[in-house]
Design a protein around this ligand. Structure first.
Ligand code: HEC
Ligand code: HEC
Length: 151
């Protein structure tokens, strides 16, 4: 009987408490609170900020935010407008910073002549600067501040 009760308690916990705990830890859904199949109105994209120039990165491996407008820049299998300025061969004429060396490496770290497929769809990682507010409270502190505080 006792074993049965324990099992029942466990089932009840898994069924009720666990999903509740998981839901609580979830960040707000980017799609909003409407159920997925409904056609909700979509808020317009945030205006890009384009007058601040390149921004300091918060940590060395942060994909830098884009300091210019990318409206109308096509990114498809055939066309990559970003690379017409950021590819190694074109930066001399465009004045754009070259995509970094990691963009030329395959997943084994092997250097390629062309930008790797893993880094082809730029906006997977890079976003334009905008005044968007964080979705959840952000407790991030720069590593430098953190290590200075520990001395
Ligand atoms: C017409 C040329 C041109 C095109 C096309 C272009 N860029 Fe740029 N990009 C630049 C220039 C020039 C800068 C440097 C701007 C500055 O110094 O303020 C830059 C800066 C950046 C930076 C900032 C790098 C850093 O270290 O801070 C990123 C990221 C970036 N671009 C990504 C993109 C992406 C993604 C696309 C395509 C959606 C794109 N760019 C298309 C010219 C271009
Ligand atoms: C998978 C994520 C990812 C994709 C896709 C990606 N990048 Fe990056 N990018 C990064 C990260 C992370 C950094 C910073 C660290 C590094 O250099 O790897 C970076 C750095 C850069 C920089 C700064 C280079 C420097 O030395 O200052 C530019 C410019 C840039 N990316 C442009 C692009 C363009 C253009 C594309 C599309 C062709 C692209 N990135 C695709 C993640 C990505």
């Amino acid at each position: 009987m006792r074993a049965l009760l324990t099992a029942a308690t466990l089932v009840a916990f898994v069924a009720v408490a666990l999903p509740a705990a998981l839901a609580q830890r979830d960040a707000p859904r980017l799609t909003g609170n409407d159920p997925l199949p409904s056609s909700a109105s979509v808020p317009s994209l945030a205006e890009p900020v384009t007058d601040r120039g390149r921004q300091m990165r918060n940590y060395p491996e942060q994909p830098p935010v884009i300091p210019h407008d990318i409206e109308g820049y096509q990114l498809s299998l055939q066309t990559n407008t970003c690379l017409t300025c950021h590819r190694r061969q074109y930066v001399e004429a465009s004045g754009a910073p070259m995509v970094s060396v990691t963009h030329y490496q395959d997943r084994d770290g092997q250097m390629l002549a062309e930008v790797s497929g893993r880094r082809y769809f730029c906006t997977q990682c890079h976003v334009t600067q905008s005044g968007a507010q964080p979705l959840v409270e952000n407790l991030f502190i720069d590593m430098l501040e953190f290590s200075a505080g520990r001395k």
